[in-house]
Design a binder for this molecule. Sequence first.
Ligand SMILES: C[S@@+](CC[C@H](N)C(=O)[O-])C[C@H]1O[C@@H](n2cnc3c(N)ncnc32)[C@H](O)[C@@H]1O
Length: 550
Amino acid sequence: MNSLILGDNLEMLKRVDSESVDLIYLDPPFFSNRNYEVIWGDAGEIRSFQDRWLGGIPHYIDWLKERVREMHRILKPTGSIFLHCDWHAQAQIKYLILDSVFGEPNFRNMIVWQRTNTHNDAKKKLANVCDVLFYYTKSDKYAYKPQYTAYDESYLSKFYKHYDNKGRYRISDLSSPNPRPNLTYEYKGYKPPEKGWAVSRERMEQMDKEDMLVFPKKMEGRIQRKKYLDEDKGVLVGDLWADIQNVQPFSSEKIGYPTQKPEKLLERIIEMASNEGDIVLDPFVGGGTTVAVADRLKRRWLGIDQSVQAIKVTEMRLMQQRDLFSQPFEIQLLKYDFDTLRYQDAFEFESFIITQFGGIPNVRQRGDLGIDGKSKEGVPIQVKRSDGIGRNVVDNFQSAIMRYDKRLYEKHQLEARPIGYLIAFSFGKGAYEEVARLKNVDHVNIQLVKVSEIVPMAHRPKLQVTQTVFQSDKKGLSNVQLVATAQSDCEIQFYSWDLDYKSNIGFRPSILLDKKGEQTLSLKAGQHTIAVKVVNDDGLEALEIVRLAV
Ligand SMILES: C[S@@+](CC[C@H](N)C(=O)[O-])C[C@H]1O[C@@H](n2cnc3c(N)ncnc32)[C@H](O)[C@@H]1O
C-alpha cells in the first residue's frame, strides 16, 4: 500500500522489510547550518526543518550514515539509490558513507545538477549553482534505462532544418556502417554505397512509398533518408544535468515547501532506475516531489518525513493530481483522530487496533466465536468499539475464551498469565470489579486495554468559515472574502482550499498551503461550492464546505 509516514525516518526505516524496495531517492538536510522556514506573508515565518549540527560534520555524518545503512538493508539486491547533497558535505558523504556502506564498486555516477544560473552575490569566489547526486547500486545487477534530453535550438536549426507535412527532419545517411553484400543493390539507377545500403530493397521501396527518401539532383549522388525529429530520442544524458530548471517562483508546480525539488529531476531518476510497479522510497519526502512523480509514473511508493506539514502538504499534492487511475494511499500519523477511529468500519477498526497492539487480527469477520484476534503468544483478543464496557462483556469474553481454547485457558490460569485481552475505548466500574473478582477468586487474568494506551489519540480541529460578499465590479465579478477560523487542542499548521469542490470527486486543493485561512476571490455570477480544510499539529484535519450564490 502506498504510504506516507510521519516520524523520524530512522525509526520508520527499521520497520521496513529487508530487500523490499527498488529505488531510493533521498534529499536530506545538506549540512548547510541553516533553518528552513516557510515564510508566511508579513505575519512572520514558520519553521519547516532544521539543518544545524552541534557536533559539526562528524555529528552530521554519523546521523546520516545510520540512516543510509538502513536504506542499504531495505534495498533489493537489484536496487539503486540517489543521494542528493551539495558542496557542504558531498566529499565526506561519498567517502565516509556511500563508499563504506555500498562499496566503491557499486558507485555509478556523481551527477552534477545545475540548480540555478550564476548569480553575482558570491564574494571573491564562484557562485554555487550546482547540487550533487550520488548514484549507487546495491550490486552489479540493476535496472538502468539510458535517458535522453531535447536538442538545444542551435543544434536543431543546424541539423533539423527541413520541414514537410510529416514534420521537422534532418537528412541522414542511408549507407551501411559495415560491409553488407546482400544490401548492395542499385535503386532506381542510383549506385549503392561502397559497403551497401543500411536497408533491404523491400524497406527501401517502403520508405520511398512513404516519401522518407531524399534523392540527389545528380545520378552519381547518394540517396539519403529523412530522419524526423519526433522519432529521434534526442541527446543522450550524461552526468552533467544542466537542462532541468529548479522550481520557478511562479510555476504552478511551486507549493511553497522550502527546498522543493523539480518534478523533472525525479522523473529522470525514476524513469532511469526503475520500472512500472517498482517500489520507490523517499525517507525525506518534504513537499512530496518524489511520491507525486512516482504515483504518476505508476510506481508504488513510500514517503517518510518528521514534519506534519511535509506529510500533509504531500497528501494535498497527491489529492490535487489524482485521477481515476491513481492508486490508493494511506497516511500514518503519530496520533489518531478519535472520531475517525470511532466511526471507522467495525472490522477495519478491529484489524487496525489489534495490529497496532502487536497482535494478529482474524481474517474472517463472521463466526469468530467472539474472538477478534490473538496476541503473538496466541492469547485471545476481543475488541469493543465503545465506551463504558461493563461486567457482562467481561463475563461473556471469559466464556468465549473457554469455548475457543480450553487447554490454553487452563494452562495460562495455572501459570497466572493473561488468558485474554479486552480492548475498548473505556471501561465501566463493573468491568474493573469483575476482572478483579475473576483474578482473586478464579485466578483468571483478563487484561483490560484502552484504545488510547495502544495508539495516541487526539481530536480533530473544529472549523468555521465566514463569507463577505462585496459589490460586483465593472466586469460583473463579485469579490468574496472567505475567512476560515479553527479551534484545536494544538497549533494550526495550515489551510487548503478547493475553489471548485465537487462532492463526487472529493477534495482537490487548488490552494495547497494557506497559513492565514483567508481568501479573497473574484467570482462570476452563479452558484459556487468551495471547500476548505484545516490541518493541525497532529496532522488531523477538518473540512468545511461553503455554498455561495453571487
Ligand atoms: C530538503 S527537504 C526535502 C525536500 C523534498 N525533496 C522536496 O522536493 O520537497 C528535507 C526534509 O527532510 C525532513 N527530515 C529531516 N530530518 C528528518 C528525519 N530525521 N526524519 C524524517 N524526516 C526528516 C525535513 O522535515 C524536510 O522535510
